[in-house]
Structure formats: C-alpha cells, structure tokens
Design a protein around this ligand. Structure first.
Ligand code: FAD
Length: 433
C-alpha cells in the first residue's frame, strides 16, 4: 500500500504534474491527458455553486436541446458529492409546484434506476441483458475504429462530439445517445467497446449509468434499438454541425426512420420475439449495529464529507483507497483523476492510499484501533465484494443515502417505465429531515 496524501494538498497545476508522474497511463491515448480549465472542478463548493444555478422549469422545456438548461451536475452526483435527494430537494425548492420539477426529478430517477439494476444484477451489466431487439446487417467490431478516436470520420457532428468528450470529459445526454447510436448501429461497434471508451473519458464515468445506457441504445436492454436521423439532430443542435458538414445530404443518418431501420437491420419488420425481461430488485440490507469508532471508507460513490458514512461519523478517521484494479479496468483519464483528488482534498482529515481495498481497509482500520468500518451504500460489485470479505474479520456498517424515493413496492426492474410508475410519486416529495 502506498500513501498518496501528498496529492490532496496541491494546486491543480501541481496535481496534474504529480499524477502524470505517478500514473502516466492516465494521460496516454487521444485526449486522455487533457485537463480542461472549464466548469467542472472537484469538491463540494463547486458542486453547491452549480446546484444553486439549476432551473428546473427551463430544464423541463429545453433539456433535449444541446444548448438547453441542463444541470451539468453529473460528475458531482456520480461521486456522491451531491445526493439524488439533495438535488431533488433543491429542484423542488426552486418551483412553485413540485410538478414543475417533475422532468428533472424523472431524469434523476434514471440514475437511481440504473443503480438499482446494477445492485440486482452486479457484473452482468457488462453482458447483453436481453437478446438484441433487432439483428444488425453489419458484422460487429470489438474496438472503436481509429477514425472515430481521431475525430476524423467526416461527419461534423460525430467528430465534434468525440473532440468534446476527449477535451472536456462531459457530453450532453443527447450527444451521448447520438454518438452511441451511430457507433453501434451504423459503424457496427459492439456496445461494450463503446461503453469502455466512454468510461476512459467521462468525468462522471459510472458503469451503471454508462453500460446500461449503452445497452438501452443498442437494444439489449430496451424494446427497440435507439436510432436518430439528421432531422432529429438538426432540431436539437440548431443545425450547427450540419450547416458546414462535408457530407451534408448524404450522411449516414440521412432519411426517414423506416429507411434507416431497413438499411441497418435485417429483420426490421419482424421485431424479435423476446420474453418480457424481469429483474427482481436486490433484497434490502438487514440493519446492522453501528460500530462506535469506525474507519469511514470513502469509495468512488462517496467522495465527500457529506456522503452518508462520513456524515454519520463526522469525527471518525476517513480513508480513500485508489484501487489498481479499478485503474486497470476502467482506465480513468487524467482529468477524471484530477476531479477525484479535488473532491477528496475537500474532505478534512482524509487519507488516500494506493492498494487493494480488500487488504488495505481492514489493515488500516486495525492500525488505527477502529472497531469496524463504515461505508456509504453502493451498487459497485467490486466494493460489495470487498465489504463481504472484510466482514469476515471486522464489523462493516453500511449507511444508507437519504431516500430519493420509496422502493418498497418495486418488484420488477425490467423496464424504467415500470419502475417509475411505482416510485415517481414518492420521488416528488421533499426529504423529511
Ligand atoms: C451512452 C450513454 C452513456 C452515459 N454514461 C453516463 C455515465 O457514465 N455517467 C453518468 O452519470 N451518466 C451517464 N449517462 C446519462 C446522462 O447522459 C448523463 O447523466 C447526463 O447527460 C449528465 O448531464 P447533466 O448532469 O447535465 O444531466 P441533467 O440532464 O441535468 O440531469 C440531472 C442529473 O440526472 C441524472 N441523469 C440525467 N439523465 C440521466 C440518464 N439518462 N441516465 C442516468 N442519469 C441521468 C444525472 O445524474 C444528471 O446529473 C449516459 C447516457 C448515455 C446515453
């Protein structure tokens, strides 16, 4: 295990240089070494500033447009600097009637839903959850082609999305959907290759939201593949990409949806006969007695002093473990690691170590004389595996997030619509403190 505390007291400039030395692979590959000055700085203060600026009413009317009033809160939400309940409460506080915040709350609901699905199926999110809804004409590619990675496809829109992903680590939801759809359906890229590529760049990279969204686009976790045409893209971009595009009028997504579908799929008019997908929610954790002097283990889902375990035990020592297995599996970019370190630097007294949490967490808890470990609820399979291992020798208390909705009646996670029908009313209620 290697101490990394020195990363938490640096200016951004020094932090970037230090991380380049320590983890050179994070800066290798197109765009991965770029660290933008832009709007996403790690830490609670920046998160709260962005939260105070949200406009749920404008969001409801404009969110599908790339210039719409979206919140850009995803990097902080993904790392637990803001909870879904806190964002919901802030949204409702800004409107006269909670119904005016319903669109934003339902989008928060997607994130909650993907997390519940990951909690239920674990690592199976990396495989098709259903047989593809339609059969592609093109053979599948298991890598993202070089012309895409180099933003040289000739499609002005796609090249702009790739450049933005590489340069900033953030894309609008519609841009993610278009890019994923074009890659999977037009270029024939296996959705897993695209999903892995996104994780290597996104500041909000999160296997639950990411891999399950790619499956939704691909049609391996949805009723049909997600397609778009030029008209749709022009509408929600005000035509900024198409106007000067070299392939305007003859691009890959030209034409009506019936034509596109017939061009891309062999069985366009015979939707696959698939049994309805049913996913049973994971059983809630049994209540466990709290340790009196725990080590608070901050994970990727909870990099904040306001996250549940840190808030429940404000005086306890705090630890974040940078896991080489995570670095190898998801290949987070330099900008993501900078964001992460900035979030951690905001947590007073936190220690940061490089190593395998299975060993590091119990050893550190024992060295500090703690009588257990406290952790925020997480759907992450690797973290849950570590919790199970550590529980064999130490008491581990899992602390729940403030409730975003009442899931007690949810019996099936096979589709978001079924989930949302059960929980939407409760999601529109303020947290009771
Ligand atoms: C192919 C693809 C990959 C994606 N990968 C990720 C990912 O790795 N991490 C990630 O956080 N989101 C991912 N998303 C979901 C979504 O695109 C982003 O959460 C959203 O665009 C972030 O911008 P925002 O904060 O302005 O969102 P807003 O539209 O302002 O929404 C507010 C919050 O609601 C949540 N949210 C909104 N839409 C979604 C959605 N469709 N799915 C899940 N949560 C949502 C996010 O936490 C977001 O911050 C992906 C979507 C697609 C189509």
């Amino acid at each position: 295990m290697k101490p990394l505390n020195h990363l938490l007291s640096r200016s951004r400039h020094d932090l970037v240089n230090e991380l380049r030395q320590l983890l050179p692979e994070a800066a290798m590959g197109a765009g991965r070494g770029v660290v933008p000055d832009g709007s996403h700085a790690g830490g609670r203060a920046a998160a709260v500033r962005h939260l105070e600026a949200i406009d749920p009413l404008a969001y409801g009317h404009t969110r599908n447009h790339v210039a719409g009033a979206v919140t850009r809160l995803s990097p902080w939400i993904r790392h637990g600097v803001l909870s879904l309940a806190e964002v919901r409460d802030a949204a409702i506080a800004r409107v006269a009637d909670p119904a005016q915040a319903a669109k934003l709350v339902s989008e928060l609901g997607w994130r909650d839903y993907w997390r519940q699905v990951q909690l239920a199926v674990g690592d199976a999110i990396h495989d098709d959850l259903e047989a593809p809804a339609a059969r592609w004409r093109r053979p599948r590619l298991d890598v993202v082609p070089d012309d895409v990675l180099e933003a040289q496809t000739g499609m002005a829109c796609i090249d702009a999305f790739v450049r933005r992903l590489h340069d900033t680590g953030w894309l609008h939801n519609h841009e993610r959907m278009w890019l994923a759809s074009w890659l999977v359906h037009v270029r024939g890229v296996q959705w897993q290759a695209g999903a892995d590529w996104f994780l290597e760049h996104l500041l909000d990279g999160d296997p639950a939201s990411n891999h399950l969204s790619w499956q939704w686009v691909a049609g391996t976790f949805s009723a049909k593949p997600y397609l778009f045409n030029r008209e749709n893209l022009e509408t929600f971009t005000s035509g900024i990409h198409c106007r000067g595009c070299a392939v305007l009028g003859r691009c890959d997504v030209e034409g009506g949806y019936d034509d596109l579908t017939a061009r891309l799929f062999v069985d366009a008019n015979e939707p696959a006969a698939r049994p309805p997908l049913r996913i049973r929610p994971a059983a809630p954790l049994p209540p466990s007695p709290a340790p009196t002097r725990p080590l608070v283990w901050l994970t990727l889902d909870s990099v904040s002093a306001t996250s549940p375990a840190a808030a429940a035990f404000p005086d306890a020592p705090r630890l974040f473990v940078l896991d080489p297995a995570w670095l190898a599996a998801e290949r987070p970019s330099l900008k993501r690691l900078v964001f992460l370190c900035e979030c951690l630097a905001d947590v007073s007294g936190v220690e940061m170590l490089l190593g395998d949490p299975h060993a590091v967490v119990p050893a550190h808890a024992a060295a500090l004389g703690c009588d257990g470990v406290a952790i925020g609820e997480t759907p992450c399979p690797r973290t849950r595996h570590a919790v199970a291992t550590i529980s064999a020798t130490q008491h581990v208390a899992t602390v729940a997030w403030p409730p975003f909705c009442d899931r007690s009646k949810v019996r099936d996670l096979g589709r978001f619509s079924r989930y949302w029908q059960q929980v939407s009313t409760s999601a529109l209620r303020l947290t009771v403190s």
